[in-house]
Design a protein around this ligand. Structure first.
Ligand SMILES: CC(C)(COP(=O)([O-])OP(=O)([O-])OC[C@H]1O[C@@H](n2cnc3c(N)ncnc32)[C@H](O)[C@@H]1OP(=O)([O-])[O-])[C@@H](O)C(=O)NCCC(=O)NCCSC(=O)C[C@@](C)(O)CC(=O)[O-]
Length: 453
């Protein structure tokens, strides 16, 4: 029995800042961002959008476009690192919104939970759901990945920001892709990118607020966490490279093959925190696993990095990138980092590209290299199924991305600082954040959402 992704949908911020505008404002050469990192647009949430809104919209599209009967869904597992509450998972919000739209108690027996491990939480959620469906072939599960990749203004992560969600139906005999049973993992506890709690005083919390009895029980100091991570960019790249390399070679061992693994993959889908991350990181694996022994076993350690850089610039590697990696990069260039959704957006980008260019990829194998800071990599592979094209008919990825509304630099900064009060785009046929109760500068209260026709 095959198990995999039967249907897929997405939702992104739909407003964006051209990367050139950001580069000019920050005094960065636009070519560095456009040609060095592959960035063209940076999506950013509107006033009415957050991780719940993106997840709910992607899930609503998945259900309506594929006429899913919610009684058949045994689980909705969410991968996210943008939780809005330390106790109530995003999955709990999704359940109530779906029941508002599709009928009370329609998900009353559905198991729901959030998975968090930086960007790899969505892959963890999917692996878990695949195992569940393998054990229960008549049951179905949904995986939703939803995040807002927000970085501090003026930081090295600022130009990699992005926001949105991908939702997938996991089922037996899937129409899009069936995954093989081998999964390799590489893990190491590191601090390459993390979102620690910080301490804040009661005085700071209440100073700009009309005091009311709600604050009486606050302790003198409380811990809160902010959306933006603490990170070390170049170290995070090294961790990404080390984990994916180790998982890749463990995967080869699991498969008990000496063949150059990446040559067996028609397309390669990697976690893309920005468009060109995959191509910048894969040159080491490309060199180490080549039949031509591009890197000899006895190479001096001092020459190792130089050799990898040479490989990255070679004609052979460039054509390898164009053939196997570039289709996954296309959407990332127009969106930015989606954290947990990035690898699935890479899959969708690849398939949407082949769909739009009328290429048949049924029967081919795709290789996946997932990464999450903190850190963990998983390598796995799947085979594209005969019905992949009809399953993607309604998705229209690039048509939708082309409709994104451009914003100017001042609007971007005021959205980032949460100073903007009016939505940039008028919402239509989508979920929106309606109000937040007890909102004060540093604490966020209960959030309420509504559907806008
Ligand atoms: C990603 C970094 C590190 C980039 O950092 P950076 O310092 O902006 O860029 P760089 O110096 O590493 O690379 C610039 C590239 O542009 C080229 N360049 C320079 N000038 C020009 C020019 N004029 N014309 C053409 N090209 C030019 C230059 O040559 C180089 O390309 P290379 O040759 O090395 O391939 C930074 O943006 C950052 O810190 N981002 C946030 C963290 C991050 O994304 N890390 C990635 C790995 S960790 C990860 O993926 C997990 C994550 C982040 O998604 C979180 C999670 O798991 O939850």
């Amino acid at each position: 029995m095959k198990t995999g992704i039967d249907a897929i949908s997405f939702d992104v911020a739909n407003i964006h800042l051209p990367i050139k505008t950001l580069a000019i404002a920050r005094n960065i050469e636009p070519e560095k961002l456009e040609k060095g990192l592959g960035l063209l647009k940076m999506t950013f949430p509107d006033v009415h959008q957050d991780a719940v809104v993106f997840g709910a919209n992607a899930l609503t599209k998945l259900i309506t476009d594929n006429k899913i009967n919610l009684n058949e869904i045994s689980r909705i597992y969410v991968g996210t690192e943008s939780g809005i509450d330390s106790s109530k998972p995003i999955a709990s919000y999704l359940i109530s919104l779906m029941e508002q739209k599709f009928g009370e108690d329609s998900l009353a027996e559905c198991d729901v939970v959030d998975f968090t491990f930086a960007c790899i939480g969505g892959v963890d959620a999917m692996q878990n759901c695949l195992d569940f469906v393998k054990l229960n072939p008549t049951k179905k599960a949904i995986v939703v990945t939803s995040d807002f990749a927000k970085y501090d203004l003026n930081s090295g992560g600022e130009y990699t920001q992005g926001a949105g969600a991908v939702a997938m139906l996991i089922a037996s005999n899937p129409r899009i892709i069936a995954f093989d049973d081998n999964w390799a993992t590489s893990t190491k506890g590191v601090f390459d990118f993390f979102k620690p709690y910080r301490t804040i005083s009661k005085e700071e919390i209440t100073k700009n607020t009309n005091n009311d009895s709600w604050f009486d029980n606050l302790e003198a100091e409380i811990e809160i966490h902010k959306d933006q991570p603490v990170f070390d960019g170049q170290y995070s790249n090294q961790c990404y490279m080390d984990r994916t390399r180790n998982a890749y070679f463990s995967f080869k061992k699991l498969k008990n093959t000496t063949e150059t693994l990446y040559n067996t993959w028609h397309s390669i889908v990697m976690h893309l925190p920005y468009s060109f991350q995959g191509r910048r990181m894969l040159s080491e694996i490309y060199a180490l696993d080549s039949a031509e022994k591009i890197i000899a076993d006895d190479i001096a350690p001092a020459d190792y990095q130089t050799k990898i850089k040479e490989v990255a610039k070679s004609e052979d590697y460039r054509s390898f990138v164009t053939e196997k990696l570039q289709p996954a990069e296309l959407a990332s260039s127009l969106i930015g980092n989606l954290y947990t959704g990035s690898i699935f957006m890479g899959l969708l980008s690849t398939l949407a590209h082949f769909y739009d260019t009328n290429k048949e990829v049924a029967g081919t194998k795709f290789g996946f290299l997932a990464y999450g800071s903190g850190s963990k990599s998983k390598v796995f592979e799947g085979t594209i199924q005969p019905e992949w094209k009809s399953a993607l008919e309604n998705v229209k990825l690039f048509e939708n991305l082309a409709e994104s509304v451009e914003i100017d630099f001042n609007t971007y900064e005021s959205l980032h600082k949460k100073e903007q009060k009016q939505s940039v785009r008028t919402p239509k046929n989508e979920w929106v954040l309606d109000r937040i109760e007890k909102e004060i500068p540093v604490l966020i209260g209960a959030r309420y959402y509504k559907w806008v026709d």
